[in-house]
Design a binder for this molecule. Structure first.
Ligand code: GTP
Ligand code: MG
Length: 174
């Protein structure tokens, strides 16, 4: 139409949920700083980081990321972080069936108490540990599809699919 380029700048509150040790903080560190910490400490309460990405159509998306603590003692704090969140990223560890069950718990919790239009992603992390895999990729795909979620397997260690995770979320924003 010959008009000005239509640039949009979005700000998105995103919460990460999932069992302790699945790699939530490492995914965030990889996305925000491009680093991996093999000695990552458990998160206490929650931590906050932000990162802006540019999409092809010159939209920018600023993710305001709440990285919650997965240890059971912090479970009661989770609503403080997922309430009002536009996006929830539920993470499990592909080597841990227990963490996959815990992920399903968080999905149900979000369906009951999260924003009605929340965008949800299911992430199977530690995809570099193929030889220790205990959650078949198809189980993740099937569960995500049943629950209207976006699904991806990532490795915070190798960086595989970490940027893609956030790019795909950005594309799915209402
Ligand atoms: P909480 O803060 O307690 O909820 O845990 P978390 O989900 O934030 O886990 P964190 O990111 O601290 O990672 C836990 C452990 O898993 C650390 O030793 C990481 O180095 C390791 N880790 C995280 N992501 C990966 C990955 O993609 N591959 C491998 N091999 N190890 C990973
Ligand atoms: Mg953490």
């Amino acid at each position: 139409n010959g008009g000005a380029v239509d640039a949009k700048n979005l700000r998105v509150k995103l919460v990460l949920l999932g069992d302790s040790g699945v790699g939530k903080s490492c995914i965030v560190l990889r996305f925000v700083r491009g680093q991996f910490d093999p000695t990552s400490k458990v998160t206490v309460g929650a931590s906050f980081l932000s990162q802006t990405i540019a999409l092809q159509d010159s939209t920018t998306v600023k993710f305001e990321i709440w990285d919650t603590a997965g240890q059971e003692r912090y479970a009661a704090l989770a609503p403080l972080y997922y309430r009002g969140a536009a996006v929830a990223v539920v993470v499990y560890d592909i080597t841990s069936p227990d963490s996959f069950i815990k992920a399903q718990y968080w999905v149900k919790e979000l369906q009951k108490h999260g924003n009605s239009d929340i965008v949800m992603a299911l992430v199977g992390n530690k995809a570099d540990l193929q030889e220790k895999r205990e959650v078949p990729v198809q189980d993740g795909i099937d569960y995500a599809e049943k629950n209207g979620m976006f699904f991806i397997e990532t490795s915070a260690k190798t960086a595989d699919n970490v940027n893609q995770l956030f790019e795909e979320i950005a594309k799915r924003l209402p």
